[in-house]
Ligand binder design. Structure first.
Ligand code: PRP
Length: 217
């Protein structure tokens, strides 16, 4: 039996995903050691491997088959746009992708003005403005703390993730338009899905049952 390899977006997503997998009997003891510097973890009995990577790299590992299964946010899946099978909404990490800015920026969106849009997600921003709103804008890529952009005058609006809305509120900004809901998803390499269908399908089915149970509670 060959190993099935999981790539998990490191941080909160990976922790929650491992907790869910544990509930369906998939565990990895050596991953629980917080001090370890190991990069790859193995469950010999179940013939599974796990590794953590930067969220934006998870779709790359899965597309090339270096990982068979990935757990990553829908934001990253949309931004990366890679050919993968998205097989399951894991139901956690829920938030929204939004256009945000000060109230005074509303008029630029209503009148389709040529504005600057700052985002960590230039592809999502481009798709939204060019293909959905048919508004020509200039997109500026940033790597974090995107809320700064409209405050210091780099851009009129931003495209960013809103979870609780606290960051916006504390900086005098608001949601101007909602783009789409986001959450953690499971993705599968297209070849692995066919070659290891039975084992992968069992994991999906068990997780589906679990998410249904959780929604029911
Ligand atoms: C994300 C996002 C917002 C914030 C939203 O940032 O980019 O800044 O969380 O959360 P809230 O609505 O609950 O306030 P993250 O913490 O990932 O860091 P970043 O600024 O480096 O993107």
């Amino acid at each position: 039996m060959r190993y099935i390899t999981f790539a998990l977006a490191k941080g909160r997503l990976a922790k929650k995903a491992m907790a869910m997998l544990e509930e369906i009997g998939i565990t990895c003891e050596e991953m629980k050691d917080e001090k370890t510097r190991k990069l790859i973890f193995v469950n010999e009995e179940l013939k599974l491997k796990f590794f953590l990577s930067k969220a934006s790299d998870v779709p790359t590992y899965v597309e090339y088959g270096a990982a068979d299964i990935g757990v990553v946010g829908k934001d990253t899946i949309l931004e990366e746009g890679r050919p993968l099978f998205e097989v399951l909404d894991l139901g956690f990490g829920k938030c929204d992708m939004c256009v945000c800015g000060p109230e005074s920026a509303k008029k630029y969106l209503e009148h389709n003005e040529l504005i600057r849009v700052a985002s960590k997600y230039p592809n999502i921003a481009k798709d939204y403005f060019y293909n959905k709103k048919l508004q020509t804008v200039e997109i500026v890529k940033l790597n974090g703390s995107v809320e700064l952009a409209p405050i210091v005058g780099l851009a009129e609006v931003i495209v960013d993730i809103v979870e609780t809305g606290t960051t916006l509120k504390e900086n005098g900004l608001q949601v101007l338009e909602k783009i789409c809901p986001l959450s953690a998803r499971m993705v599968v390499n297209q070849v692995s899905f066919k070659m290891e269908q039975e084992r992968i399908q069992k994991i999906i089915t068990d997780l589906k049952e679990l998410t249904k149970e959780k929604e029911g509670n």
